[in-house]
Design a protein around this ligand. Structure first.
Ligand SMILES: Nc1ncnc2c1ncn2[C@@H]1O[C@H](COP(=O)(O)OP(=O)(O)OP(=O)(O)O)[C@@H](O)[C@H]1O
Ligand SMILES: [Mg+2]
Length: 390
């Protein structure tokens, strides 16, 4: 093994982190990073806004990490960076969530909008699971509250018969509620948020007295996400738009940063799967470079290529890296090669658009082939072209 090669340590504990004796495929951020959150809570000396479990500075440290900060050998473990690329964006998001407006993260698919909203909720509230998954079929019941009809018929309307949805719970608790893919929801249903966001109150007309009105506790706010590729924000009413501060999350444009991110997240996924794969740096470099070339439509050598319609996001790059590692582990000799990446790349680019196949074949011919003469990883990547379905 080369000196620079890294062997991922198997983390049996994290792989088998159980929930009620059951192994969970993916833990929420507050469970995954419970130690870091506990450490930040202990060392947090700054003022916390009402209802927040951490101060704004500690929320920022949780998301952007404290690795760069100098610490003594005996000092606490640094907190790992989780979001890369746009630090001022994170500050603006934190400030918005302290204000009386909601936060709407918009951007291309795979730019970590959902991840950022989860991290914000985990750090601010300690719970990222108060989440509404927006779809065309989302109803007001799924956002606010519904009823247990057996109890409703037997006893009439009561708080016992009320089934709270994330917004109701978040308002009562003073928590950050996540609204994923808000623009997929019918505009009339989206608009049920308008009064909630401005008056911070939910009316329950079926109940009487104090139970008929739920006032939001301090700490309540909404962080929503919207993907501009499929269904933009244009259908959102102006009234609702006014209740949100829009923040655009952009793809990472720094290659070195993207390499670090892909390497780290692949490492974490491998540790979670409980397997060890050698990740040679030149292969990770190849993966990120190929994604950059196809995303930008031009290469470092100045070759112009046609961009595929498929999304070439960092999230996809991580997914390709992890899948290639699984291929290397179960079908290869546990060392990642350019061929493993090439095989997964084909599956990522070739989705439903036949033209993307031609564009990728062209990329292999005019970019991968010349590079293959110079570098081993690219040479190995070229082998994948033979098995491609075009
Ligand atoms: N700037 C970034 N920092 C950290 N991870 C990133 C970044 N950009 C992309 N990623 C990758 O994206 C993954 C999360 O993607 P996520 O699902 O949050 O994207 P999204 O913007 O919500 O996409 P979609 O619009 O398709 O829902 C992360 O796990 C990480 O691998
Ligand atoms: Mg998302």
């Amino acid at each position: 093994m080369g000196k620079e090669d890294v062997v991922v340590k198997t983390d049996e504990m994290s792989a088998s982190r159980a929930s009620g004796g059951r192994q969970v495929l993916r833990q929420p951020a507050e469970v995954l990073h419970a130690q870091e959150l506990a450490h930040l809570r202990e060392s947090d000396r700054d003022e916390r806004p009402h209802g927040w479990t951490l101060s704004p500075r500690a929320v920022r440290a949780f998301i952007l990490g404290t690795e760069a900060a100098k610490r003594s050998k005996s000092g606490p473990e640094p907190v790992r960076r989780k979001f890369y690329g746009d630090d001022p964006l994170v500050d603006r998001c934190i400030v918005t969530l302290m204000s009386n407006r909601g936060l709407l993260l918009v951007g291309e698919p795979g730019t970590a909008k959902s991840m950022l909203s989860e991290l914000l909720a985990a750090a601010i509230t300690g719970d990222s699971t108060l989440t509404i998954q927006g779809t065309a079929g989302t109803t007001e019941d799924q956002i606010k509250y519904s009823w247990n009809y057996a109890l409703l018929l037997a006893e009439g309307p009561s708080t016992r018969a009320l089934v709270p949805a994330p917004l109701y719970v978040g308002m009562k608790r003073g928590a950050v509620v996540r609204f994923e893919e808000i623009t997929r929801v019918q505009p009339e249903i989206q608009d049920s948020l308008i009064s909630v966001m401005s008056d911070k109150v939910i009316h329950v007309p079926e109940l009487e007295g104090d139970d008929a009105v739920v006032f939001a506790s301090k700490g309540f706010n909404v962080v929503a996400t919207a993907n501009i590729r499929d269904r933009g924000v244009h259908e959102m009413s102006s009234a609702l738009k006014r209740r949100f501060n829009f923040e655009t999350v952009r793809p990472i444009d720094d290659r070195a940063l993207e390499i670090e991110l892909v390497r780290r997240q692949t490492d974490e996924l491998l540790a979670g799967a409980g397997i060890q794969v050698q990740l040679p740096p030149d292969v990770i470099d190849l993966l990120v470079t190929a994604f950059n070339d196809l995303r930008r439509g031009t290469t470092d050598e100045g070759i112009v290529i046609e961009k595929p319609a498929a999304v070439m996001s960092t999230a996809e790059a991580v997914a390709v890296g992890f899948a290639a590692c699984l291929d290397a582990y179960y079908f290869g000799d546990r060392k990642l090669t350019g061929e493993h990446i090439g095989r997964q790349l084909i599956g990522t680019v070739l989705k439903d658009n036949a033209d993307d196949g031609k564009k990728l074949a062209h990329y292999f011919d005019v970019v991968v082939k010349p590079r293959a003469r110079r570098a081993g990883a690219w040479d190995s990547c070229l082998i994948a072209r033979k098995g491609a379905p075009w």
